[in-house]
Design a protein around this ligand. Structure first.
Ligand SMILES: [Zn+2]
Length: 206
């Protein structure tokens, strides 16, 4: 991997025109998790890939008027059955985060890598998706100094809600070995719940 394109087993490549150069000298230190489905709540339509390649036929569903003319992308997409596709070299800036801020730094596309999970805010993601997300995360962390992971909603609050309440932050953090400092603040209660606080007696009957 010298060109920013990964070669994990089974992954596909679909180069998207929707990218440009990161600012010179950018350190890529943030991972951003999203969800997307097109139309919302329908899976396996192939329309996400079409959208990222600017090849979407918006006449196939009325909702798709909402994405007319949009030029967007993500570095990675993980579909429901675990298929992983890369659309943009990690060296380049994909267009996934939009207006966003992380730790006082604007325009998170500049310094982040984006992963889309096919899904919605209100449906659990699949085991196959978590498996692929885990291997992708570990690979990316071996290549880039990713010190933090955030949901899209964490960096664009009030504007974005993905990956949504069904994303299993605790399980993902545990499996991928993210440190507490790397995670969004809202996940820390959840992850802390995996063991009861030592100063509170547990009820032996439950
Ligand atoms: Zn998003």
């Amino acid at each position: 991997m010298t060109d920013g394109w990964l070669t994990l087993p089974g992954m596909a490549r679909a180069p998207s025109p929707n990218h440009n150069a990161r600012p010179p000298g950018t350190v890529i230190d943030l991972l951003v998790i999203h969800n997307i489905s097109l139309p919302p709540g329908e899976f396996g339509t192939g329309l996400i890939t079409d959208l990222f390649l600017n090849q979407i036929d918006i006449s196939v569903h009325p909702w798709l008027e909402n994405v007319r003319g949009l030029e967007v992308s993500s570095h990675f997409l993980i579909e429901r059955h675990g298929q992983l596709t890369q659309f943009v070299s990690c060296h380049d800036r994909a267009w996934h985060a939009g207006v966003s801020v992380f730790d006082g730094r604007q325009a998170c596309n500049d310094f982040s890598i984006g992963i889309e999970l096919e899904g919605t805010d209100d449906l659990p993601f699949t085991a196959a998706q978590y498996d692929k997300l885990l291997s992708l995360t570990l690979e990316l962390r071996s290549l880039y100094p990713l010190n933090h992971v955030r949901g899209h909603s964490d960096i664009a609050p009030g504007r974005k809600t993905d990956p949504g309440r069904c994303f299993d932050w605790a399980g993902y953090a545990r499996d991928a070995g993210w440190s507490e400092q790397a995670l969004p603040e809202h996940t820390q209660d959840v992850t802390a719940n995996s063991a009861p606080p030592s100063n509170i007696p547990t009820n032996p009957t439950t």
